[in-house]
Design a protein around this ligand. Structure first.
Ligand code: DP6
Length: 397
């Protein structure tokens, strides 16, 4: 019996992937760029075990067994891993051995927090450790076939998924643009508006968009290629102003396309829209972009903000979205809030303007997660295994 246990990060797109040109191979209609978040706050953790004695492939997700044979994406990933093992001459696991997989997320599944990206990246990375396959661009094509955005979670820092042009998808790969050390003070606040499952899954929503939206063509042909070039340059130059503007505009355009889909897909809710208008007001008071919002296929906001600006932004958030739980341990999760550095004290006029902002909504968020740019997946030692003798910990007793 041999095993591997790994963790893999969540990534949040700055330029969104939305729409496929091939459903089964998961080939996108446009390039996308994301930032990988630290696994200290949000991650998927997976153990894969292979054994001669296992009769079938089995999988447990967050402790519950899920039908392995019923998931074509899961099977495709495993098939591709077997193919790569043969191509790499790896003989670590005999091809006839079945595998057991256990995976857990430390954040709500399907809440629009990119759980499928971390989950599939973790599965594919764990399998690559088990079968002794190197992490390279080809491995990203395997993760891509689990869930498109998963290919970007195989690398840390800033990552571009290239749409590729070939029919077999071999050039539709993720590549790192810059490691996390390039912009280490890039922090993120996730305002968790709603923990519940989203209404229209991304897969279905983007399928409908490609079929019915007239705006998506303009996005794919014109808007995204320009933004990719500009955002790559902004990242290279640590240019937060351009970074913020592109990120917010691209989130808005993605949701405009969701609304242009027929019937429309509505992912943001009233609180999400209030966050958008608050961030614009806040940036105006600050005289430049101090925070940028982005929303995936759900109502939660992901705010990009430089570390030194986190305390002021959080103060302002608590001012306009006051929470009765602000002082509780479970409201503000993740990294502790840095102390205000003297050089980053805001001037009294700005302070007054923020203090005079009206309350927008009370108790609007369940909690806030404070995290930052992070590294790609990594293997953990055997004592972190989620499987004992091939069964999930609690099932084994
Ligand atoms: C809005 O990767 O979840 O988060 O490939 O069908 O599994 P499938 O979709 P998925 O879509 C993610 C969409 C998004 C934008 C993004 O992450 O780029």
């Amino acid at each position: 019996m041999i095993s591997a246990t790994c963790v893999a990060p969540v990534n949040i797109a700055l330029i969104k992937y939305w729409g496929k040109r091939h459903e089964d191979l998961i080939l996108p209609v446009n390039d996308s760029i994301s930032m990988t978040l630290s696994t200290d706050e949000l991650c998927a953790k997976t153990t894969v075990t292979a054994s001669e004695s296992f009769e079938t492939n089995r999988m447990w997700l967050n402790g519950e067994e899920v039908p392995f044979e019923g998931s074509p994406r899961l099977q495709r990933c495993l098939k591709e891993v077997h193919r790569l093992a043969v191509a790499n001459g790896s003989q670590k696991v005999p091809p006839s051995w079945k595998i057991h997989i256990a995976s857990v997320n430390n954040f709500p599944t399907a809440a629009g927090l990119a759980s499928s990206a971390a989950g599939y990246a973790c599965l594919v990375y764990s399998l690559s450790r088990l079968y002794d396959i190197p992490l390279n661009e080809e491995l990203t094509t395997v993760a891509r076939q689990g869930s498109g955005s998963a290919c970007r979670s195989l690398y840390g820092g800033f990552v571009q998924w290239h749409r590729g042009a070939l029919d077999d998808g071999s050039d539709s790969v993720a590549k790192q643009i810059a490691p996390s050390s390039h912009w280490p003070n890039m922090h993120v606040l996730i305002l968790v508006v709603n923990d519940e499952r989203k209404k229209t899954a991304s897969t279905k929503g983007m399928q409908q968009a490609v079929k019915t939206s007239q705006l998506i063509k303009h996005r794919v042909d014109k808007v995204v290629p320009e933004r990719i070039t500009q955002l790559r340059e902004a990242i290279a130059n640590h240019d937060f102003q351009t970074f913020a503007e592109i990120t917010m505009k691209d989130s808005n355009q993605f949701h405009a396309i969701a609304l242009d889909t027929f019937p429309p897909c509505v992912y943001m809710n009233d609180v999400s829209h209030r966050i958008v208008s608050f961030i614009h007001d806040y940036n105006e008071i600050m005289g430049g972009y101090h925070a940028a919002y982005t929303f995936d296929a759900g109502p939660n906001a992901c705010l990009y903000v430089l570390e030194e600006n986190v305390p002021h932004l959080l103060d302002a958030i608590q001012k306009v979205f006051p929470s009765d739980s602000f002082d509780s341990d479970t409201y503000l999760r993740g990294l502790s809030v840095p102390k205000v550095d003297k050089s980053h004290k805001i001037d009294p006029a700005q302070r007054n303007k923020i203090d005079s902002l009206d309350i927008i909504a009370k108790n609007a968020f369940r909690y806030i997660i404070h995290t930052k740019v992070g590294e790609g997946p990594r293997e953990l030692s055997a004592d972190n295994s989620l499987l004992i003798n091939g069964l999930p910990l609690e099932k084994e007793k």
